[in-house]
Design a protein around this ligand. Structure first.
Ligand code: HEM
Length: 617
């Protein structure tokens, strides 16, 4: 018998209260239906029952944490500057403090931004972008003036790019909130609402609810996900109607659009690629488990596989990607990762599984490390062609003929340089043909204001314990010439926006990211691993890995993953987040360490040896 909870408070609702929501048509957003929790059951697809004290926490539509209390002007409009004037235009700040240019990095490959945005896609819901691309494309028109959801960005007349064009406005809508969806009263502080679970549980692959996973994902045979074959490649299931989200598919040739549990799979290119590969990775593992353990039923194979896939991807995220950009020694010192290969258990049931609003906001900084051009290569590493990455958003059909060439590029092409320069495509036409013009970073800064973030220096204080009274005090984290840029744009120290500060900061010692981004991300990583009861490194979770199994999960790596499921990948550099080169030479996939699934062999099922079966992925 299901129990109904209020999605914001997590309190149980009476039948009458549920009826009110049904009448108002607000149940999807405002009510969480949860079947009674069983402490011995594994990770639920919808994230419920992760915390046995607070059954809804961990599911979609539950509150997002704020590291610092919200600061708004009246009517929850963005805060004003200290002088009482509106803050300078977002676009004016963006063009004033970040230069445009295309500079390749000398260390990191495209896999860094690609895997990073894929992992974040697990906790992001795409509705805030779909809203202004699809539902409200008119915010810059007359109609937008009367729609409260519209928050377009004005372009100043002296704009370095658009003073030569007639474009004076960039389309944008307010973030969806518990208030805009009718769950909380409009006179309360806006609380962002998300359709994704706040846990790293690959919900953009498996979905945020058991119902959609069953309807769109599972084959119900041998633990497999449903697949299709086109052009000799294996794909997730596709939409069968023309009315789908892949708005940029060039018809009639490009028709493919994923019909997976979460539509976000079709969004920007990188999550799209990784969902395809993860889909195949699941099936590779399920096929071995089912051959090894013939007495396991479909359900058991499916959920064991999902557990391994989530663990392997989290291992790559925490131990490979984040150590690459945040610094290995830093993360060991902070307790984010363990220097030992065995179990660890930091679970604390008093910490609720949640992400912070600032966690996603500061990582929008990574738009500065996104190259606007996508380079494609053949399997021997010969350069073939390039295309604009911004033109590939919501265009899964492009992959049908090009996936193998794109795959070869992700580990050969450099990321955009980690510097203070943003690619012109990302800064001017980030949404390609979806919008007349789109500066992703101006949107980022604007959203920062509509989330009601406290001034940048309050976050500095939170992270360093220091107080800042003059611009010059920022010298510990921002170079003098960049402090000058801040002074040109902001009248008062307290006016500086969180994201502007992050854009201009020096990088953390031992890592390659801005210091406040580092601080906010580390805080989240520790919270995540201590609030997730099903965290893969725990020996005390339901269906926990054995030590032998955990040691195999530890072998997961970006290179191993791409060798297992990447189209035409037969050789790769061992550290795929770094460019190939001296010390990281390309080698045959047979030399890359693999995960062996033998520790999952159930001897009670069959005593047969597995000599003829390749149990490695
Ligand atoms: C071609 C590459 C990319 C495109 C076209 C793209 C596009 C977008 C768009 C349109 C938004 C929504 C902006 C808004 O609020 O209006 C967004 C948000 C965001 N992007 Fe990107 N992005 C790209 C790459 C990346 C990368 C590499 C990262 C991180 C490594 C990243 C992280 C984020 C984050 C964290 C958000 C905020 C999501 C939220 O708060 O819901 N993006 N991106």
């Amino acid at each position: 018998q299901s129990v109904f909870y209020d999605s914001f408070t997590g309190n149980v609702l009476t039948n009458d209260e549920v009826k009110v929501h049904i009448k108002k048509n607000t149940t999807f957003w405002c009510v969480n239906e949860v079947l009674p929790c069983n402490p011995l059951e594994g990770r639920r697809v919808d994230g419920s029952c992760n915390n046995l004290k607070y059954p809804t926490k961990g599911s979609a539509h539950t509150p997002i944490r704020r590291l610092l209390p919200a600061v708004y002007d009246k009517d929850f409009e963005p805060r004003k500057s200290k002088s009482g004037e509106p803050l300078p235009l977002s676009r004016s700040i963006r063009t004033g403090v970040l230069a445009e240019g295309r500079v390749p990095d000398t260390r990191f490959s495209q896999m860094v931004p690609n895997y990073w945005v894929y992992i974040l896609g697990d906790v992001i819901s795409v509705h805030d972008t779909v809203n202004y691309i699809r539902w409200k494309p008119y915010c810059c028109e007359e109609k937008g003036k009367t729609d409260n959801a519209c928050i377009p960005n004005a372009i100043p007349d002296d704009d370095p790019v658009h003073r030569f064009s007639s474009i004076r406005c960039l389309n944008l809508t307010r973030p969806e909130s518990f208030q805009s969806r009718g769950c909380l009263k409009n006179d309360t502080t806006p609380e962002r609402i998300s359709t994704a679970t706040p846990l790293f549980d690959l919900s953009h692959v498996y979905g945020n609810s058991l119902k959609t996973l069953k309807a769109k994902g599972r084959l119900f045979e041998k633990g497999l996900l449903k697949t299709e074959v086109e052009n000799g490649k294996i794909w997730p299931p596709s939409a069968k109607t023309k009315d789908n989200l892949c708005l940029l598919n060039q018809l009639p040739h490009e028709t493919r659009c994923h019909d997976t549990p979460e539509t976000g799979a079709n969004s920007v290119l990188a999550p799209n690629l990784l969902v395809i590969w993860t889909w195949r990775f699941h099936n590779r593992i399920a096929t071995i488990l089912s051959a090894m353990n013939p007495c396991w039923d479909d359900d058991r194979i499916f959920f064991t596989t999902r557990d391994i896939v989530i663990a392997a991807s989290t291992q790559i995220y925490f131990y490979e990607l984040m150590t690459t950009v945040l610094g290995y020694d830093n993360l060991v010192r902070e307790g984010v990762i363990s220097p030992n290969k065995g179990f660890r258990d930091l679970y604390n049931e008093d910490i609720q599984p949640q992400i912070s609003l600032e966690f996603l906001a500061v990582q929008r900084w990574a738009h500065t490390i996104q190259d606007g051009n996508l380079k494609m290569y053949d399997a021997n590493g010969n350069y073939l062609k390039e295309t604009k990455i911004a033109n590939l958003t919501l265009r899964t059909g492009y992959l049908v003929d090009n996936l193998e060439y794109i795959t070869q590029g992700v580990f050969r092409q450099p990321a955009a340089k980690f510097d203070y320069i943003v690619d012109p495509d990302i800064a001017e036409t980030g949404l390609g043909p979806h919008q007349l013009a789109a500066d992703l970073l101006t949107s980022d800064l604007s959203k920062n204001r509509y989330f009601g973030f406290a001034p940048y220096i309050k976050y500095r204080q939170l992270c360093s314990g220091k107080t800042y009274s003059t611009f010059e005090d920022l010298i510990d984290v921002i170079d003098p010439e960049r402090i000058e840029l801040l002074k040109e744009k902001y009248q008062h120290l307290e006016d500086i926006d969180l994201l502007t500060g992050v854009w201009l900061e020096k990088y953390v010692r031992g890592g390659s990211v801005p210091v406040t981004l580092y601080c906010v991300v580390v805080e989240q990583m520790i919270r995540t691993l201590s609030s997730d009861r099903h965290w893969y490194e725990r020996p005390n979770r339901p269906n926990a890995f054995t030590m032998e199994q955990l040691l195999e999960v530890r072998k997961a790596s970006m290179a191993q993953f791409l060798c297992a499921v990447g189209d035409t990948v037969t050789e790769i550099q061992p550290l795929a987040f770094f460019l190939p080169g001296p010390g990281n030479e390309m080698c045959s996939c047979s030399q890359i360490q693999k995960m062996n699934l033998l520790p999952w062999k159930d001897w009670s099922c069959s005593l047969e040896q597995t000599d003829n079966l390749d149990t490695q992925v």
